[in-house]
Write a protein that binds this ligand. Structure first.
Ligand code: ADP
Ligand code: ZN
Length: 729
């Protein structure tokens, strides 16, 4: 028997092996095969027609009882590999938890009891585990939960607890038991709310399309009840016995959302994200594969989750840039979600308050059906926005750096704190100051590896590169003229410090990648803010996402212009989305909210339309601009990125590839470059890029495939092809 095999290796072809075990012919199975001088896990694509010339090697083992890829997933992966010009075996590798590439057979779940209960009174139990902190953590959790908990819950919170529980059982501290699965009703979530008329209309449309392909764009401001629509649509899908796939941007940032799904669907939900331990990831994957869980909830790579008999695909915050993978397999999870729905002939719901221009345009053309939730459930209107123009009239003489906090913003901060309410201050730039400069020679402290300036971080007295993470001690003086250095501009650290000076009695905290360097620290800051132990939370875009804090009545955007000047065609769209999201954090509770936006560019579209809460207006203006330039979503883009240590060599290769692209380009194709990338050096490598635009993706893919055949192989130049690039920096 001959089997066609996809090997996870950077080769754009499949291989043929001989097989004795007929199960090897079943597409989607993991196989162990010899490859070069090693043995590797690979994937069956089914029977091969004819043997290639030369010696035929043999499949060493067939792994697992069942294929890890269903025919449906396999066709999605074939599509994705083709579309994104990526080797199929590598794409398949990316779709699995990393542990499944190690060649171990996915074993049966060891039968472990379901429930753990304290066998001693709390004090005695604590005493018994005084010297075993990990056992003590379990005891504490059990005490907190009133004496008993499902082992599953303990696993979720504390990782693999089986050996610890066995030890506790042996000491007589804990009793373990098995119980039958609970009915899906009693998860403590209570009955779902009655849908509002708008929700009911959206649900009717989605439910009417179950069983066939249709993509919906569910456009609704934050708090308008989108998540409730997802939950009830999934309930309808489950009632048909089918499964659901739900994608969210960064699940670690939204623990509330996972909790909400769990309270509605209990164990039916498998949560997939990179923060899980290896064992847990494999376990959640397996629960889906076996049909023990039917709802997959996860970030980008969950688009490949092995949900059985999939009935609906949902993408929350569909505009979020984190759906695009920016290295290796450069897929866009939202776009693949739509394709997965299409291949499975089921509906797909894309939800957002600020849809991507791609989705807006698809809705306008009638490819997507638009569903609108126009009102917040609490009956509140969107917060009032006041713009503070930071430009200074020319006659005031010497130009000065403006105060970080304008008088207006300070007044509102005082008033908010006076009323016992909370505020969020948004500044999308971490560190203390982004600019360190010699006043005499003008030399700027910049990264030796990257083409970007260094940011001063006061907390560590260091200068840091935000691209390669280089950290050096803060320079006291200019290295060339020994002059004292100027530190200019503000990031979140400086903003926090400024607040502590101006509002000495306020409780201030900061939320950015430095302050929330782990999921635990992040969680701690968010819960303290939710518990109102913090009055003012300062942060980067981390605070913009879906959190719901009813005590927040003031949102200050400290500098709306950050990001607007980036030389990327999506800079304006991103800024608009971010500002709208941040503004949506204000006034989600009893009291009305207010937003103050400080900016040097009050008339820029991204800022002006965000201040007016007008996504349609923004889309209209920005789409005209995109059309004029022939950019996506009107034309498709393929970026060819080149990088290498030797700048001259990269440039030479870029020129050669540029010529080749121009030769391959037909008349309706536009080729921009080769040109140095906006960040011309990153991590010590020089970067060039070529942007190719065409009316149809297939035109770009055939150019891409020709390029793959002609890529330079030696001399340390890396070339990456990026279909539908999310960023051209
Ligand atoms: P979004 O996802 O658009 O931000 P949610 O679905 O989270 O909105 O809804 C906002 C709040 O309103 C949540 O607390 C949710 O439980 C509640 N909610 C949603 N739909 C209803 C409804 N039909 N009736 C009552 N409360 C609702
Ligand atoms: Zn750097």
């Amino acid at each position: 028997m001959l089997v066609e095999v996809a090997v996870p290796a950077p080769v754009h072809r499949t291989f043929t092996y001989a097989a004795k075990d007929p199960r090897a012919l079943e597409p989607g199975r993991r196989l162990l095969v010899p490859f070069g001088r090693r043995e590797t896990v690979a994937f069956s694509l089914g029977a091969a027609r004819e043997a290639p010339p030369g010696e035929l090697r043999e499949v060493r083992a067939v792994l697992d009882e069942e294929p890890v890829f269903s025919p449906e997933l396999l066709s999605l992966l074939r599509f994705a590999a083709d579309y994104y010009l990526h080797p199929l075996g590598e794409a398949m590798r990316a779709a699995l938890p990393p542990q499944l590439l190690e060649g171990k057979t996915v074993g049966e779940r060891a039968s472990f009891p379901d429930r753990a209960a304290l066998a001693l009174p709390p004090e005695a139990a604590r005493e018994a585990v005084r010297r075993a902190p990990r056992q003590a953590a379990i005891v504490e959790r059990l005490v907190e939960a009133g004496g008993a908990l499902d082992v599953e819950n303990l696993r979720r919170e504390l990782g693999e607890v089986a050996p610890l529980l066995r030890a506790l059982e042996a000491k007589g501290v804990v009793r373990l038991s098995s119980h039958p699965r609970r009915e899906p009703e009693n998860f403590g979530g209570g009955p779902p709310p009655e849908p509002t008329p708008e929700q009911a209309e959206a649900l009717r449309a989605v439910e009417a399309s179950l069983g066939r392909y249709q993509t919906f764009l569910l456009q609704g401001i934050t708090g308008s009840g989108k998540t409730e629509v997802y939950l009830q649509a999934i309930r309808a899908v489950r009632a048909r016995g089918q499964g659901a796939l739900v994608l969210v941007p960064e699940i670690a940032l939204t623990p509330q959302l996972a909790a909400r799904f769990r309270s509605r669907f209990g164990d039916e939900v498998a949560v997939l994200h990179s923060g899980l331990g290896d064992a847990e990831r494999v376990r959640e994957h397996r629960r889906l594969l076996r049909g023990e869980a039917h709802i997959a909830l996860g970030a980008r790579s969950a688009v490949f989750a092995p949900v059985r008999d999939l009935g609906i695909v949902i993408v929350d915050e569909e505009h979020d840039p984190s759906y695009k993978q920016e290295d290796r397999f450069r897929y866009h999870a939202r776009d693949l979600a739509v394709m997965r729905a299409r291949l499975a002939e089921i509906p797909c719901v894309l939800g957002s308050a600020t849809p991507s221009l791609e989705s807006m345009e698809n809705a306008r053309r009638g490819k997507y059906a638009r569903l609108v939730l126009s009102r917040r459930l609490d009956g509140r209107s969107l917060p009032e926005v006041e713009v503070v123009d930071l430009r200074q009239p020319a006659e005031t003489g010497d130009a000065q750096e403006p105060e970080i906090l304008s008088t207006r913003l300070l007044e509102e901060l005082f008033a908010t704190l006076e009323r016992g309410e909370q505020a969020i201050l948004f500044l999308n730039r971490r560190g203390h100051s982004p600019l360190v400069l010699c006043p005499t020679c003008g030399e700027r402290a910049s990264c030796p590896n990257c083409d970007v300036g260094l940011t001063y971080h006061r907390s560590t007295e260091s200068l840091r590169c935000h691209y390669c993470d280089l950290r050096v001690r803060r320079w006291e003086r200019c290295p060339s003229c020994d002059e004292e250095l100027l530190i200019l501009g503000a990031g979140t650290e400086r903003l926090e410090q400024c607040l502590r000076e101006r509002l000495p009695r306020a409780r201030v905290a900061r939320l950015d990648r430095d302050a929330a360097s782990s999921a635990r620290r992040l969680h701690r800051i968010l819960s303290a803010f939710a518990a109102r132990e913090i009055d003012v939370l300062v942060g980067t875009q981390m605070i913009a996402k879906g959190h719901d804090f009813p005590g927040v009545t003031l949102v200050g955007v400290v500098l709306a212009d950050v990001g607007l000047g980036l030389p990327d065609f999506r800079a304006s769209e991103r800024t608009f989305q971010l500002l709208t999201q941040v503004a949506g954090r204000a006034g989600r509770g009893e009291a009305a909210g207010k937003v103050i936006v400080q900016t040097f560019r009050p008339t820029a579209d991204a800022i002006a339309y965000a201040c007016r809460h007008d996504p349609e207006g923004f889309a209209r203006a920005e789409l005209v601009r995109r059309q004029d330039h022939g950019y996506p979503p009107f034309r498709r883009m393929l970026a060819v990125h080149l990088d290498g240590k030797d700048a001259a060599e990269v440039q030479r290769q870029a020129r050669a590839l540029g010529e080749l692209v121009r030769r391959l380009a037909t008349e309706r194709v536009t080729v921009l470059g080769p040109a140095p990338a906006p960040i011309a050096r990153l991590r010590g490598r020089s970067r060039f890029q070529i942007l190719v635009l065409a009316d149809r993706a297939s035109t770009l893919q055939s150019i891409g495939r020709r390029l793959l055949g002609a890529l330079p192989t030696a001399r340390g130049v890396r070339v990456a092809l990026d279909m539908d690039p999310a960023s051209t920096l």
